[in-house]
Ligand binder design. Structure first.
Ligand SMILES: [Zn+2]
Length: 210
């Protein structure tokens, strides 16, 4: 089969275009999944080559139910925001259900607070004299003042690691600064936001134990 053969999607019956077909996926047994249907699956890495058509349909049902939770059942009780995005929250939390959504990327997926096993800040720094860029990921709020001379923070992210879950997403890395706003105030805002998130997770886990 050549690179430019048209393929028919096993789920929707749509035909791939010449280029578009490259973004689809081949399933176990040689069936083909078009890019549109692939996007209706859960966001984590899926090993399509080992999945049958039934596996894909079951996965799509999980993805669809998750998105519906986000649009119909999710009730925000706490928003985490930082000055970098003005008033736009980067995380939205539903403490009653124990859910959160990544509003920075606005992907519509509903994650569970119970699935989080680690979270923390990750700062990207640049060494000014040499113009070098490298990662320093050990700064924790409020220890940021220890950042050495000649080092500038160019990115701040909130990293969230999760146990195995229905979406197959093991980690989120959420940008808290845009490149142009990495001044001292923006960095402080990002640290305060990470702190707010930590407080929210702790409060949720404490209440759940009661
Ligand atoms: Zn399709």
């Amino acid at each position: 089969m050549g690179l430019f053969d048209k393929k028919t999607c096993a789920v929707c019956g749509g035909q791939s275009g010449v280029i578009v077909g490259l973004f689809g996926a081949d399933l176990a047994g040689g069936a083909y999944l078009c890019p549109g249907c692939r996007n209706k699956c859960t966001p984590g890495n899926l090993n399509f080559k080992n999945m049958t058509l039934d596996d894909v349909k079951a996965n799509m049902a999980i993805a669809d139910a998750n998105k519906k939770k986000g649009s119909t059942e999710f009730r925000s009780t706490r928003k985490i925001q930082t000055g970098a995005f003005r008033d736009r929250p980067f995380l939205d939390i539903d403490e009653n259900h124990g859910w959160f959504m990544n509003t920075a990327d606005n992907d519509g997926w509903v994650y569970s607070l119970d699935d989080i096993y680690f979270y923390g800040p990750e700062f990207e720094t640049a060494k000014l004299e040499l113009g070098q860029s490298f990662h320093l990921d050990t700064y924790n709020y409020p220890e940021l003042s220890k950042c050495p001379e000649g080092i500038r923070i160019t990115a701040a992210k909130l990293k969230i690691l999760m146990v195995e879950n229905e979406l197959g997403v093991s980690q989120l890395s959420i940008d808290l600064l845009s490149g142009s706003s990495a001044d001292e105030n923006a960095v402080r805002g990002a640290c305060a936001a990470i702190h707010d998130f930590a407080e929210a997770v702790k409060a949720y886990k404490t209440n759940r134990k009661k």
